[in-house]
Design a protein around this ligand. Structure first.
Ligand code: UN1
Length: 497
């Protein structure tokens, strides 16, 4: 077939190769519609080749001393740091988030890479006393094999590094299938791995659809771990399919994160936190605040501040440094937010601001920052993930009511409370059923050295980031060394009857 100027390939077993399908899909800029490049529409056979390469590479990669694996990751971190300006700009063009946020996404990738490279010299196990004399007992972390890394569009650099870096430093190998909306950033990351000297087959990238590449990864018996960030529906399918070959499944799914604002809160500070959490990245963060649970007594004051500030946000192409809110990722995402505005209206909520497309001569997928007012706790806009620049203001009576409303949804990623009352803050920490809670800050801005993940339908109990991530990519081996030179049995077998 005829190929466009910027035609990219898969990377399998240390070589850049076309898909055997010979087909490509197009990657476009969501702010302008401009073509960014075309990428292979890979097949099951391409996926099998990548898994075979990763499987073969695992035999030697697992035996590399971890500090040596880490040296390569440190080099990757340096290359990411050196290329931060270029990666940032490309991300804004490919994904749409404004330059400062794209820079933050790249920075999170750099931080995670350094952090996990550091694990190459830690990866602590336990040594414990043994029951018998002349016996030694310890535990060590062991890798599992090939990891399928399936990533979303919203953090094109940060999320792949959250998954790839702990997987690799612990001795696993990977097949990476990035979102078809952001294949270029993924490609650039893999180029950096290659440049840093990662041995062939340790990381492979296969572009293409979930129904082909993704599905094959879920079924392939040589894939031992699947790490997936995306929707609840797909996550359930991943878990179900992976169960047939007893894979370890790590899921990072939806959110319906709430910020509570109590009547003693600093309303200006709260309004700033809400704005940033609801409309940053055009609301396309798993951690975005799509609910604000506000004490009746301060409802009007907070609503007025939010509307005024939301209307001052500048919408447009994220390459323009004056712009605060970029486009949504694609037409389907834009349609979904607009559908929810219709639902909010039908359910009897107020549309305090926004609630419509933003055009103003721009071609992209823009939606006005939107606030639904006087939302009742069980309305659909109060319970379903929207993943766009829209948030629901839900009035509440007191702290108990606020916590009950917050916990009423099926997700449990991130939560926040604005209050000056230390007792209320600690009750919220204890009772908000989420994996992350912020006090006097919005719901976004998780740091990479603490566990990231959520309760309920947000996931299946695993965590990314911090040392908790190591649990996803390793399993424990307990080791006993008997240096007595004779049969000692064990304490339980030496008891008088
Ligand atoms: C996500 O939205 O999937 O806490 C990740 C934050 C970022 C990561 C978000 N550090 O908002």
């Amino acid at each position: 077939m005829a190929v466009a100027a910027n035609t990219y390939r898969n990377y399998i077993d240390g070589a850049w190769v076309d898909s055997e399908s010979g087909e490509q899909f197009e990657d476009t800029n969501p702010a302008t519609g401009d073509l960014i490049g075309s990428f292979p529409r890979s097949t099951t056979a391409d996926t099998d080749r990548a898994v075979a390469a990763a499987h073969q590479a695992y035999a030697s990669w697992r035996l590399y001393p971890a500090p040596k694996r880490a040296e390569i990751l440190f080099k990757v971190a340096e290359l990411l740091r050196d290329r931060k300006p270029e990666l940032t700009r490309t991300m804004t063009q490919e994904m749409g988030k404004v330059l400062t946020e794209a820079g933050g996404d790249v920075q999170e990738g750099i931080d995670m890479t350094y952090y996990m490279a550091g694990e190459g010299r830690r990866m602590f196990g336990q040594t414990v006393p043994a029951e018998m004399p002349d016996k030694f007992a310890m535990s060590v972390r062991q890798p599992l094999g090939v990891v399928a890394v399936i990533t979303p569009f919203n953090f094109p650099m940060a999320i792949p590094t959250w998954k790839l870096m702990p997987a690799l430093v612990t001795g696993n190998t990977a097949v990476f299938k990035p979102s078809g909306d952001v294949p270029l950033l993924a490609e650039m990351l893999v180029q950096i791995f290659e440049e840093a000297g990662l041995p062939k087959g340790v990381v492979n990238i296969v572009h293409g659809g979930g129904a082909t590449v993704g599905q094959r990864l879920l079924e392939h018996p040589d894939v031992k771990i699947v790490t997936f960030t995306g929707s609840k529906e797909t996550g359930i399918h991943v878990a179900r399919t992976g169960a047939d070959t007893l894979k370890r499944i790590h899921l990072e799914l939806g959110g319906k994160n709430a910020i509570i604002v109590m009547d003693d809160a600093d309303l200006d500070n709260a309004a700033d936190g809400i704005l940033w959490s609801a409309f940053g990245t055009s609301g396309q963060r798993c951690t975005a605040a799509s609910r604000v649970v506000v004490h009746e007594r301060v409802y009007d004051g907070l609503a007025a501040r939010l509307v005024e500030r939301a209307e001052a946000l500048r919408i447009g192409n994220g390459l323009d440094p004056e712009v605060d809110v970029g486009p949504l990722i694609n037409q389907a995402a834009l349609d979904k937010v607009d559908r929810y505005t219709g639902i909010a209206r039908d359910e009897g909520a107020e549309i305090l601001t926004g609630g419509e497309h933003y055009t103003n001569g721009e071609k992209g997928f823009f939606y006005r920052p939107t606030i639904y007012g006087r939302v009742e706790r069980d309305m659909r806009v109060a319970t379903e993930e929207i993943f766009g620049p829209a948030t629901a203001l839900i009035p509440c009576r007191d702290l108990d009511d606020a916590i009950a409303i917050s916990n009423r949804v099926e997700y449990g990623l991130s939560s926040a409370i604005y209050t000056d009352d230390v007792n209320a803050a600690f009750r919220a920490i204890r009772d908000l059923d989420t994996g992350i809670t912020y006090i006097n800050a919005g719901t976004i801005g998780a740091e990479i050295q603490l566990p990231f993940g959520g309760t309920k339908y947000t996931g299946n109990g695993h965590r990314e980031a911090g040392t908790a991530a190591l649990d996803t990519y390793t399993e424990w081996k307990a080791v006993y060394v008997d240096y007595s030179g004779k049969l000692q049995r064990a304490q339980i077998d030496n008891q008088p009857s």
